[in-house]
Design a protein around this ligand. Structure first.
Ligand code: ZN
Length: 650
């Protein structure tokens, strides 16, 4: 099943974009950036050494070979990628972010409590290891098969080889389940008898969260994670809650046991576990785990070493900040009084009841403050951009390192909360029907007196260190005149300084990715979705996703209907195309259709999603009856694979 579907998904966001322009290397920090970094360094909380002590506590060992490779020998992860992070921050990195990546960079196997360990730094996420009566209970098997296998190899080598008796997925994001097949053998039978526990809604959310918007989200994720940047003082500096995203294979095994309510208890391989449901917070399906005999609470991803995202810049559905803070308050009430350690599925743990209680309360207050102050100003008539400027963390929060915005920021999270309640529109009619970016930019540039004038103004702003304004000006110019080389270069330089100054790793990645695209020409990387994941996506959802690629103009108002039969799933589906929409419907129909297809599901995916030639797929087992020309016209009206588009220029 793997190959065809895999190719389908791997190609979803592929595509060569604009012609590269002459490449330019990274620039040094400007005087203004050096001054800004100095100001940041002077305003940081005192470092009492607690974070470093917690990040290194219980260290047992790490891998000797820093490279984790896939079956073909290609490296998918490098434990040494941030080895250069030592000593004082270079001027091209925000000093707070520099400290942060230095802590995140600790990797290996760490003891947490009696019978509980974590493998950290082998992936963007952590794998938590619990010793059961007969084997390992593993919470969150990392993102990819290769990194998970390497983590388990380290566990078995250091703690003694044992089988995996159970796997728990804390939530529906791929960095918390994608490595699961790396923990068991390759054969399908190896998963038999394995206990797999997940929160309610897990499968649906795991399979579907990124499907409909996958093309756009994949491309935007390139920016957020700095996929085309190299780790370095002038390059990528992690992703705020971990290093980067491993380049391995994501897999999925369906859960065998679903948790639905807070307080639910399971005895798993002899270990008593209690669950707290936290849906709609960091993920649509998510839960925390209290490991009773070890007095250890796993706060999944709702409390970590950074402020998280209410709306991740790669794009997502907005999260419910009020509910998020509420879950943290509940955890504080139900689990903190019984805990000696808190582990998260990213970052390092907290130890000791006093520390972990204060820490959890601080995290709660951070989300609550963001939420309440945004809503307060919103109800006084302030708009998204004004609130983003006005709401800042009070000293009580800013003094706690883990409430800083290494991942999410106050600036973009306040906008997300505004959007959650009111949407994108600020009620100013001038913004209700504004011109789109290119004509607007063209008129603005003309109104300002032409390209040269805009460039001069932008250079003056840059000389004064006002990069927010210079980037705004130059962005107008590049959208008006994408071929204007001095404008592109100046915008790249302006973005670069903003990237250097950012405390948030993902803000840095976005600015530096745009810098790179403007200097070297944009490119997109296909998102890493796997056969396991695609096969779990409900057919109706795939049909709905296909409808979003339908171009009615290509059928010229004709109506067509095609029936699909998928024997291995006993599914029948119909696609009806008209002059406006493509309607996909599951279940048998009695009305006549123009053509019917009987196909293995993977072949159907090849036909509809990858747009492989019909003749080729007929050789692979697709059977077509009826009007082939009608079928071909429908196929021709489906857009090519999405996701390859420009961001920093039109
Ligand atoms: Zn995660």
């Amino acid at each position: 099943m793997a190959s065809t579907v895999r190719v389908v998904l791997l190609l979803l966001a592929a595509g060569q974009l604009a012609t590269p322009v002459a490449a330019q290397g990274p620039k040094p920090a400007s005087e203004a950036t050096i001054a800004a970094q100095r100001a940041v360094a002077g305003a940081l909380p005192a470092d009492d050494g607690t974070d470093l002590a917690f990040a290194t506590r219980g260290f047992i060992a790490t891998r000797t070979d820093p490279l984790i490779r896939n079956a073909e020998g290609r490296p998918v992860w490098n434990l040494d990628a941030y080895r250069f992070v030592e000593g004082v921050a270079p001027t091209t990195v925000n000093p707070s972010l520099w400290r942060h990546i230095g802590l995140l960079n600790r990797h290996g196997l760490f003891a947490v409590a009696e019978g509980v360990w974590q493998v950290r730094g082998f992936d963007v996420s952590n794998m938590t290891v619990i010793r059961g009566s007969t084997g390992w209970i593993l919470i969150d098997p990392l993102t990819t098969r290769e990194t998970a296998a390497a983590a388990l190899e380290l566990v078995n080598a250091q703690l003694g080889a044992r089988p995996v008796s159970a796997v728990i997925y804390s939530h529906s994001h791929a960095d918390h389940f994608g490595g699961v097949r790396g923990l068991i053998g390759e054969a399908d039978d190896d998963a038999k008898g394995l206990v797999v526990i997940a929160p309610a809604g897990f499968m649906e959310e795991a399979a579907s969260e990124n499907v409909m918007a996958g093309g756009a989200m994949g491309r935007r994720a390139n920016y957020q994670f700095g996929s085309f940047l190299t780790p370095g003082a002038q390059g990528q500096m992690g992703s705020g809650i971990g290093a980067g995203i491993p380049a391995g294979e994501q897999t999925l095994i369906e859960p065998t046991d679903i948790i639905t309510r807070t307080g639910e208890i399971r005895t798993v391989d002899g270990v008593r576990l209690e669950f707290q449901m936290v849906p709609g917070s960091e993920a649509p399906a998510e839960m925390n785990v209290f490991i009773t005999p070890a007095s250890t609470f796993l706060s999944a991803e709702i409390a970590t070493c950074s402020l998280h995202n209410i709306l991740t810049p790669r794009g997502a559905k907005v999260r419910d900040t009020r509910a998020w803070a509420g879950y943290l308050d509940e955890a504080l009430r139900l689990y903190a009084p019984r805990s000696e350690a808190i582990v998260s599925s990213h970052c390092w743990p907290r130890f000791g009841r006093a520390d972990l209680t204060a820490w959890l309360a601080g995290q709660r207050d951070n989300y609550r403050h963001l939420h309440d102050q945004t809503v307060r100003l919103m109800n006084r008539g302030e708009t998204m951009d004004e609130i983003a400027e006005a709401v800042t963390p009070p000293a009580a929060l800013a003094d706690q390192w883990s409430n800083h915005g290494y991942y999410g920021t106050y600036r973009h999270n306040t906008k997300a909360i505004y959007q959650f309640y009111l949407g994108w529109y600020d009620a100013v009619p001038a913004h209700l029907d504004q011109l789109p970016p290119t004509p607007r930019a063209t008129k603005y540039v003309a109104a300002m007196g032409g390209a040269k004038k805009v460039l001069d103004l932008a250079r003056k702003a840059m000389a004064a260190g006002d990069y927010r304004w210079s980037s705004d000006l130059l962005n107008q110019l590049v959208f008006a005149e994408p071929g204007n080389k001095p404008a592109r270069e100046a915008l790249a330089d302006s973005y670069e300084q903003q990237g250097y100054q950012a405390e948030s790793a993902i803000w840095r990645n976005q600015f530096l990715s745009a810098t790179r695209d403007l200097r070297e020409g944009p490119q997109a990387r296909p998102p890493a979705q796997s056969a396991d994941l695609v096969s779990a996506i409900p057919t109706q959802l795939l049909l709905d996703s296909l409808s979003t690629r339908y171009d009615p103009a290509k059928l010229g108002g004709r109506k067509l209907s095609i029936r699909f039969t998928l024997p291995e799933r006993s599914e029948v589906a119909t696609l009806e195309a008209n002059g406006a929409a493509l309607i996909g419907r599951m279940g048998p129909v009695t009305t006549p259709v123009d053509a019917s297809i009987v196909a293995p599901r993977r072949a159907l995916l090849g036909l509809l999603f990858l747009k492989l030639p019909l003749a080729q797929l007929e050789a692979a087992g697709i059977k077509v009856e009826g009007n082939r020309a009608a079928l071909q016209s429908l196929l021709d009206a489906i857009d090519p694979l999405p996701g390859g588009f420009n961001i920093a220029e039109p």
